[in-house]
Write a protein that binds this ligand. Structure first.
Ligand code: BDR
Ligand code: CA
Length: 315
């Protein structure tokens, strides 16, 4: 039986790759996509979600527009990382479908409450929609099956400030609400995603198949690779979000630790920093499972095989 999944996302180059992976993976039933501010404005990430689903021949998947702004902080978009459109150099056709009228947070509540224990949420952008949903209907906490979150840098440097990862830095207050909610959470921090680099050789392998899918991946990741080279001297790019999605059906890609994880919402230089209480100084029960070890090639092989499959289907 496929796992019923809703993706909360800010596409975003690696978000787009996660949507493609979800669309082609038989282990998953992608029930819906909710959009959020982050890599680009919510208007733009919603357009991108619709366009990427259309590219994957999955425009039957409904898209729900979510929050435009973080809960407390001012907005912080990511044009230098993902380009002004959020999809690097890729140019997709105008999508034929429109987002649904319902707000993203309301859709999350409706779906989780109407199917207790069935919905897996994959949150790969700033956590504003999820936090808002928790505040509106606290019972989603015990009714969601599990929540996979891409975010945080536990023992790894930040990618947005010296200490903070992008998704937690953009809306640290939302991350705080979610981390303290009691939901069953699995975190994919930079500690594991930065060990898996999508390289030019990986891209060349995909480009052996002539398809709009491989063209899209090439045009999007070319921008992302330039960013990684310029800002972090990384040869290739880190595709955080598809790894998070992959863990929903191939958990053995990573090794996990049960940890008490918190996020800094004070106003100093640590804002958005995520930290684990490894020695349990606080004497609290772990609030999440954290991916701290990874088999990089296992993930990359899965990702490449699935993209090849999708490309062969759509040529
Ligand atoms: C996260 O931030 C965004 O730029 C990516 O889409 C990913 O979700 C990585 O820090
Ligand atoms: Ca993202």
């Amino acid at each position: 039986m496929p796992k019923h999944i809703i993706i909360d996302t800010d596409p975003g180059i690696d978000d787009a790759l996660a949507i493609l992976l979800a669309a082609v993976s038989p282990e998953i039933a992608l029930d819906g996509v909710t959009t959020i501010h982050g890599n680009a404005s919510t208007e733009q990430t919603t357009w991108n979600a619709l366009a990427v689903l259309e590219l994957a021949k999955a425009s039957h998947v409904p898209v729900f527009k979510g929050c435009d702004l973080p809960l407390v902080k001012e907005s912080l978009l990511g044009p230098e990382t993902h380009g002004n459109s959020g999809l690097g150099y890729a140019q997709l056709p105008e999508p034929a479908t429109q987002p649904k009228a319902q707000h993203g947070s309301d859709y999350l509540i409706e779906q989780i409450m109407s199917r207790p224990g069935e919905v897996t949420l994959v949150a790969i952008g700033p956590l504003t929609n999820v936090a808002l949903a928790i505040r509106q209907e606290p019972h989603i906490v015990e009714n969601v099956k599990e929540v996979f979150i891409m975010g945080g840098a536990i023992q790894h440097p930040g990618n947005t400030t010296a200490q903070a990862e992008y998704n937690t830095y953009v809306d640290p207050h939302a991350a705080h609400i979610v981390f303290h909610s009691g939901m069953p959470m699995i975190l994919t921090p930079l500690d594991v995603t930065y060990q898996c680099i999508f390289t030019q050789a990986d891209l060349d392998r995909l480009l052996k198949i002539d398809s709009p899918v491989t063209k899209f991946i090439a045009d999007a990741t070319r921008f992302y690779m330039e960013f990684h080279d310029e800002y972090q001297s990384i040869d290739g790019c880190v595709i955080n979000d598809p790894m998070t999605l992959a863990l929903t059906f191939m958990p053995e890609i990573c090794d996990y630790q049960n940890l008490v994880v918190d996020v800094d919402i004070s106003t100093g230089v640590g804002l958005g920093n995520t930290f684990g209480d490894f020695y349990n100084y606080e004497k609290k029960k772990p609030n999440m499972k954290v991916a701290m070890g990874v088999r990089p090639r296992m993930f990359m092989e899965l990702f490449l095989e699935r993209m090849e499959k999708l490309a062969r289907e759509i040529s």
